[in-house]
Design a protein around this ligand. Structure first.
Ligand code: HDE
Length: 717
């Protein structure tokens, strides 16, 4: 794996250097790259001296070749010393993540609203680096936990770096940056015992949430399916905060940024996510890497919501409040560009770990609003990089812009670039390195009149915390509502302090009485009889993720497990593998062993057989989107006797996955899925949350169609 990773990096880099795709940033980083596949390279110390032996510490040896080691061995000490200092502090939040390179293009210019070249020049391809993350877990925690996902994009524009440091959820827990410390302390492991890891299911989190009513809208999103995405490639991205775009006539528009995935939004069911956290903690990381490696480049439409300056008071909510969405009925999203990720990182640490995003990084034409969350973030990001990376973090290859950086900032630890010349100040007698004029691309601050009292206050509209939480809940499909209810019941079950779960149930009565009652019953809180606030009954579009459908129905990159044992039907097997590959899906053969498995009519002696990719105990159904079982009397007879094989099918069924089978496999699948007392002959009998897909005579085409609808499909093909 490691070898192929490096080879892939080097090959792709040379492609990029030939002038293709987003070469600008790659050419820039290539200056600092070393090729570890060079057979002519030799091991050296850090100061460049070739080493003949890096395996034995220099010793004074006796006749048995043992003896004390010498401090004199600088090379040995250097090796250990470098190792001792390999770790840097992880990010205080969003520590766990994965990144990739890509490109950004606009297909419609936003010149009516901004002067920013990255948003107006439709002939440009802007190189980007994107990092996805979870929020609460440590760097080594699992990918599939229930959490908000970070969605941070660094645009290496010709005018400097522009960072959108967003999330996959369009709102946030708090309105004012000063509360960030509290919400994160409450969510992170508790201070006395550092438990639990990467989870919000504990007393402190829900204690804070129940007492801090402005978090009401956000916790509903965080309890929804959005917080357990199937893949980073299948999530939306939101800038969350309100920025400003300013055009050449100095006219300003408030703006929110959106990214909508071409693959649509898809999620795990909770049981799947829970199990995957143990079975394959790197699931999302690998999913992103594999998709890009296979050429299935993830893409997002880039959109903006715009409100002209002057109209900001026309809404029921304050447009600077990050706990509110701008409903699309009131402010439509205009999709104007496309983001594509098309190249994996060459090295995790120097790129994904060392990348540093800052909301304060904006380019001419893009400005801040008075959003009090954003203003605080603008301080925090550059500040935190000092602890994590140290001074001069801006000079690291992944962070430096592709345009020239010229200023009189100097020195500090680990200064990298060498500035020539006799002066390091402005003005100077050479008139050297002077401020840019606006027409030379200089950043011009947007002039605004500001007057007022110096006070610790928030606007009146910021005080309203429930209407959009109701709007969100009302907009959910029935399965989504059920998932929110069960998620809340799971989380509060992990709280053993009645003050906490009783308080939360009370908070839910501000959203929906029935929801509060169902949760109360499950978690053992007093069942509320009265809503604290009447539900307004309104809905809004695109809040339910079921509305964010794939652009084209597709099964590309979906992982399909094909379960076989000796005597399987080779026609059904080969037909399905070919059809899946042709559609861009990823078929994996799973057998009772990873040694060769023989089709009906094949013999071991003839040296035939198929080597499965995995054996039944090595993987689990959770790692696949779908299961196909070809017929074959002997194969099915073997699988029927194998408890793990039955579990694969039954578990996939419980997780609402498309399951297909031919010939003898049909009865096997039915038996594996049948629950005690359930009449399998009618879909009406199927337990609420369970999707069923069985096949009397599955042809590859019909299976593919079913797979496109996977999750929630209730079809008998
Ligand atoms: Fe962050 N956040 N944040 N955040 N955030 C960090 O910066 C902070 C907030 C987000 O992949 C830190 O470099 C404050 C909202 C992402 O490297 C830190 C506040 C949103 C990432 C920080 C917020 C985010 C971070 C930690 C409240 C969505 C990961 C490491 C005012 C719009 C970026 C770092 C990456 C990371 C501070 C709230 C998204 C400490 C003070 C809202 C995606 O600076």
């Amino acid at each position: 794996m490691a070898q192929s990773v490096l080879r892939n990096g080097v090959e792709k880099l040379s492609e990029a250097l030939d002038g293709s795709t987003q070469g600008q940033k790659l050419r820039d980083m290539a200056k600092d790259m070393k090729d570890y596949h060079d057979p002519n390279a030799r091991l050296t110390t850090d100061y460049g001296v070739k080493q003949t032996n890096t395996d034995d510490w220099l010793k004074i040896v006796n006749e048995n070749h043992t003896g004390p080691m010498l401090l004199e061995d600088h090379a040995a000490r250097e090796k250990i010393h470098r190792f001792d200092h390999e770790r840097i502090p992880e990010r205080v939040v969003h520590a766990r993540g994965a990144g990739a390179f890509g490109s950004f293009r606009m297909h419609k210019s936003l010149e009516e609203y901004t002067t920013a070249g990255v948003l107006t020049d439709t002939s440009r391809t802007t190189p980007v680096f994107q990092r996805f993350s979870t929020v609460l877990g440590s760097r080594g925690s699992a990918d599939t936990v229930r959490d908000v996902r970070g969605f941070a994009v660094k645009f290496y524009t010709e005018e400097g770096n522009w960072d959108i440091v967003g999330n996959n959820i369009p709102v946030f827990f708090i309105q004012d940056a000063i509360k960030f410390v509290d919400v994160i302390h409450a969510g992170k492991p508790e201070p006395h015992n550092e438990v639990p890891q990467a989870q919000s299911a504990h007393n402190n989190f829900w204690d804070f949430i129940s007492l801090h009513s402005e978090a009401t809208h956000m916790f509903m999103w965080q309890q929804s399916d959005r917080a357990i995405p199937r893949s980073y490639r299948m999530m939306e991205g939101f800038g969350v905060n309100t920025f400003k775009l300013v055009n050449k006539d100095n006219k300003a528009h408030f703006v929110k940024f959106h990214f909508r995935p071409h693959l649509g939004v898809h999620s795990f069911v909770w049981d799947e996510a829970l199990k995957l956290a143990g079975q394959d903690p790197d699931f999302h990381r690998k999913d992103l890497y594999e998709a890009i490696d296979n050429g299935a480049f993830p893409k997002w439409d880039f959109g903006v919501q715009l409100i002209p300056e002057g109209d900001e008071d026309k809404f029921e909510f304050d447009i600077l409040d990050a706990t509110k969405v701008w409903p699309e009925e009131e402010v439509p999203v205009q999709f104007v560009g496309e983001l594509e990720l098309n190249r994996n990182v060459d090295e995790y640490f120097t790129q994904t770990e060392q990348v540093a995003f800052c909301t304060g990084h904006v380019v001419p034409g893009i400005h801040f609003s008075d959003d009090p969350l954003l203003q605080g973030r603008n301080f925090s990001y550059s500040d935190t990089q000092l602890t994590r990376l140290g001074t001069n973090w801006q000079e690291l290859p992944i962070n430096r812009p592709v345009c020239p950086v010229m200023n009189n900032n100097r020195d500090g630890q680990l200064r990298h670039s060498i500035t020539k010349g006799t002066v390091n100040y402005w003005p100077n007698r050479f008139s050297a390195t002077k401020p840019a004029k606006p027409e030379e691309g200089g950043y011009v601050d947007y002039a605004e009149k500001v007057a007022g009292m110096k006070q610790r206050l928030r606007s009146k509209k910021f005080q309203e915390h429930y209407k959009q939480a109701q709007l969100f809940y009302n907009s959910m499909s029935e399965p989504e509502k059920m998932h929110i209810m069960t998620a809340l019941a799971f989380e509060l079950d992990h709280c053993d302090d009645p003050t906490v779960y009783n308080g939360m149930v009370e908070r839910l009565t501000y959203i929906d009485l029935e929801l509060a009652q169902k949760v109360a019953e499950l978690v053992g809180a007093p069942i509320p009889q009265k809503a604290a606030l009447e539900n307004h009954g309104k809905k809004s579009k695109n809040l339910s993720q079921t509305e964010i459908q794939p652009r084209e129905p597709t099964i590309a990159t979906r992982r399909v497990a094909i379960i076989i044992a000796d005597g399987y039907d080779p026609v059904a097997y080969n037909g399905m593998v070919a059809a899946l590959k042709a559609a861009g899906a990823l078929p994996y053969t799973i057998g009772p062993r990873r040694s060769n498995v023989y089709a009906a009519g094949e013999s071991k002696e003839a040296g035939k057989g198929k080597q499965p990719d995995h054996h039944l105990e090595g993987m689990r159904s959770t790692m696949f989107d779908s299961i196909f079982v070809p017929g074959g009397a002997d194969s099915i007879a073997t699988l029927r006797k194998n408890g793990r094989a039955l579990h694969w099918v039954r578990e996939a069924y419980a997780h609402l996955k498309a399951i297909g089978g031919t010939g003898e496999a049909v009865e096997f699948i039915k038996d594996a899925c049948a629950l005690p007392g359930m009449d399998f002959s009618t879909s009406a009998e199927v337990v609420d949350s369970y999707g069923v897909v069985t096949a009397a005579k599955v042809m590859p085409e019909s299976f593919k169609e079913t797979l496109k609808m996977a999750k929630g499909a209730k079809d008998f093909v």
